[in-house]
Ligand binder design. Structure first.
Ligand code: URA
Length: 245
């Protein structure tokens, strides 16, 4: 899959070089090179992971670790390898896969935001039970939800097997032409099939599920299903802040 490329001025601004206006002026003045060549167009597209970008001869600080946002399509396992089925790592070119692992899991049929990194410490911090960051999902559900479903989510849903969930948010959206209901769910934990089991506990059935947000990360709507991009510096820093609280 193709890596999303970004505007040069945006890359420099998110790395803290200056405001969009300031870096635009630096670029036009010829003080920025991309792969050794001066680049005077703030709108030119670069790949901050692969292109060598220098400002006034100084390379942009390179991070060793890699952080990617993937728009996971349905039908792909959130695993690093599988003997028979396609995994999320198969959506990356072979040269990019080494050491990369998904942060948490989405079910095979769930779509949307999945973070992948080779930063084991951040992966651990984001998935540690006591630190779980908020995860926001959009679901289409069939069946009839209990009238008090949002209150039960807020108090902590009791699953069919007796497991008590942490308080969560359920926002009922609009009725779809096919009779399904759109809902938005925010969880602060990550149990197996959690959204599906919580919705089942209040009378519904999840027919479709996608993750829209994870902590400070918001699924980039420029990414098509199956496409990924490197996180911007500001996004990486926001993730570190989220786990340091
Ligand atoms: N909850 C689910 O039921 N499935 C997912 O993939 C994620 C959260």
């Amino acid at each position: 899959m193709r890596m999303a490329r970004e505007r040069l001025d945006k890359v420099l601004a998110t790395r803290g070089i200056g405001s969009r206006k300031e870096v635009g002026a630096q670029i036009r003045a010829g003080s920025v090179t991309v792969n050794g060549n001066p680049c005077r167009d703030p709108a030119s597209k670069v790949d901050p992971e692969c292109d060598a970008i220098c400002v006034g001869g100084v390379p942009l600080r390179a991070r060793k670790e890699r952080y990617f946002m993937l728009n996971k399509p349905a039908g792909v396992l959130s695993a690093t390898q599988d003997a028979e089925q396609q995994t999320v790592l198969d959506l990356f070119p072979a040269c990019e896969r080494k050491g990369l692992a998904p942060v948490g899991r989405l079910d095979k049929d769930t779509e949307g935001l999945l973070l992948l990194t080779d930063d084991g410490a951040l992966n651990h911090a984001l998935t540690a039970p006591r630190r779980h960051v908020a995860k926001r999902y959009r679901a289409l559900i069939s069946g009839t939800l209990a009238d008090d479903a949002p209150q039960r989510f807020a108090q902590g849903v009791v699953l069919a097997d007796g497991t008590v969930c942490r308080p969560a948010e359920l926002q009922i959206g609009s009725r779809q032409p096919d009779g399904q209901t759109e809902v938005f769910v925010i969880l602060w934990e990550g149990k197996y099939h959690q959204v599906k089991r919580m919705v089942a506990a209040v009378g519904g059935r999840v027919e479709y599920l996608e993750r829209l947000e994870m902590g400070p990360l918001v699924l980039d709507d420029a990414l098509e299903r199956g496409q990924y991009r490197a996180l911007q510096e500001a996004e990486i820093q926001a993730l570190f802040q989220a786990v340091s609280r």
